[in-house]
Design a protein around this ligand. Sequence first.
Ligand SMILES: C[S@@+](CC[C@H](N)C(=O)[O-])C[C@H]1O[C@@H](n2cnc3c(N)ncnc32)[C@H](O)[C@@H]1O
Length: 286
Amino acid sequence: MKQQYGQILTTPKPFVKWAGGKRQLIPILNENLPETFGTYFEPFLGGGALLFHMLTERQDQKCNISDLNSDLVLSYTTIRDRTEALIISLKNHEKNYQKDSKSYYYSIRESNPRSQIEKTSRLIFLNRTCFNGLYRVNSKGKFNVPLGKYSNPNIVNEENLRSVSHILQSSKVAIQCRDFESVLRDAKKGDLVYFDPPYQPISDTANFTSYTNKDFTYDDLSRLAELCMNLDSNGCRVLLSNSNSKEVADMFAIKPWKINKIRANRSINSNSKKRTGHFELLIRNY
Ligand SMILES: C[S@@+](CC[C@H](N)C(=O)[O-])C[C@H]1O[C@@H](n2cnc3c(N)ncnc32)[C@H](O)[C@@H]1O
């Protein structure tokens, strides 16, 4: 689909594949948005599926987006401000990958570039070529996903990078690297906050929480629930995604919270047989 933003560009979409990404749930999330709201906050941004949808539908929407993963946040600002240099760097990765994918992948995985362009092109390159497009780091913050099995991965999606850059520039979008709780300082009455945190595990084997070198713990979940209550008291609209977990449901089993069980497909699971439909929770206070 083509979209007009002064020039013809494709509709922007997430530039990384991200565990827990919400692309498949956009229709149901969209149905659950309030009709009107002030600033849109997304403090667990990840690949930003809902953000891109929102900015496509409402080009003048004021947005405040953030995530704790500093490399990811840097990627958003690099794409916004230095798209063409980034594309050149990604083309270079693509050329070298085509010569010897395995050794090149692992040499880049081991590398620790300093420049903004190279840090971002490394993140996108690894995301496009690693196993399952997963972002996972170890306790030292080192990316540790093995090479994926792709015959021709799409390493440089120039059109999408330009669309993303354009939409981030032309809209009133503030991007920050910070913990989710900081949203309390900024969100005002009538604003909308969408929380899509790392999910509360529902079984010992089904968890994936290593987007940063700090796991998302039960204490973080409790902090999040308390924050939701405070935002509600301040007159904010709050929408929250989480797993179909009893602990989460219990935390929100009070007025004014409404809990919907929705059907979803998990897109990142190392075992393809487990990529079946499952239920998750969509919780809101409006
Ligand atoms: C489920 S993902 C979000 C997926 C996103 N909605 C999408 O469509 O791609 C959760 C995100 O929360 C971020 N995160 C983890 N702990 C955080 C914290 N304490 N504060 C802010 N962000 C955090 C992770 O880096 C990750 O990008």
